[in-house]
Design a protein around this ligand. Sequence first.
Ligand code: SAH
Length: 385
Amino acid sequence: MTATVFSNLAGMGKEGLCALFAEYGEKPFRAEQVMKWIHQRGVLDIDSMTDISKNLREHLKKTTEIRLPLIDESYVSDDGSRKWIIDIDSGSKVEMVYIPEAGRGTLCVSSQAGCTLDCSFCATGKQGFDRNLSSAEIIGQLWLANEQLGTFKGISQRVTNVVMMGMGEPLLNFDNVMEAISLMMDDCAYGLSKRKVTISTAGVVPAIDRMKDYTDASLAISLHAPNDELRSQLMPINKKYPINELFRAVRAYFASLPDRRVPVIEYVLIAGINDHRQHARDLAELLKSLPCKINLIPFNPFDMSSYRRPSSSSVSNFRQILKQAGYTVTVRTTRGDDIRAACGQLTGDVADQTRRGAREKKRAANEVEKNFGSVDILTLANDRS
Ligand code: SAH
């Protein structure tokens, strides 16, 4: 006996929904009605969709489903940031974070349970990898945030910006991420502007090349080093797609957009590794070939890493050099630190399929033993000097 696969209406963009309704002999506006019920009114029960005929509702109930992931735990930071742990039904948990600021609210969304890339400074990669999230699990995070914040009920706190900067590499889950962001930007769903939906990537060049055929969302690039040698040490993906190829793809993407937007270059500052003044000068030189804005992210420590966050004076020196070279540079303030919701601290609870998680835990324990005798790993992680 084969299990029936129901289309999950919650994760379908307009195109897919229109095609489905066409199969039922229905007009495209039915797709828009269903999108509005789910994503603007927060209604998941087909019987409550009263502007849809009874016959069609019965048919939808028999042939489709509306299924979203569930919130497992939620945390509120002293600074107002919120973190939710979301249960996906493969034994893994992923995290999303809401960051309120004056006049806006940013939701940091996960795209994968774990990550395959293994960047040396990122907690998610150390967990190993379980699977890609479905488009319903990705857009479901925005739906759940709206529900939790009371947006569906008209309460003023709401998500104005989405950044695909949670767990995972969005461009390695291309189709599902594209479908989910089409809903984020659709006026019949969340209606966010292309400037307010940002995909952050470690640099999956062939996927950046494909993006222009699917979306005009904003793009942030995790660069983190001013040359290939250092970047390959920090980010193994650089061995496959080095900086010049990455920049070529990024330039081509922005050239395809009708407006004048530039990428944000993300640069995690790690003490003694990539935060020297010379790194800043080299970065200023390198970026002459790519119009951009720069976002510096002081490293956020986590249990399995011995990297350290630089002092605030070295962050500001680094910034100053770039500013003097004419760049617009922002420093990402660390939010939600007390609930471990800062960049690179999101770990969820990944049902690792790669064994990397177990290997990393062992490696970290050995390293700590070696360097610090039997110091507790947590003590090391909490050391912010
Ligand atoms: N895979 C995507 C999304 C990752 S998370 C990407 O690489 O862009 C979003 C940002 O947080 C990335 O720039 C990532 O490099 C950064 N980040 C990861 N670990 C971090 C840490 N421990 N401290 C600060 N930033 C970190």
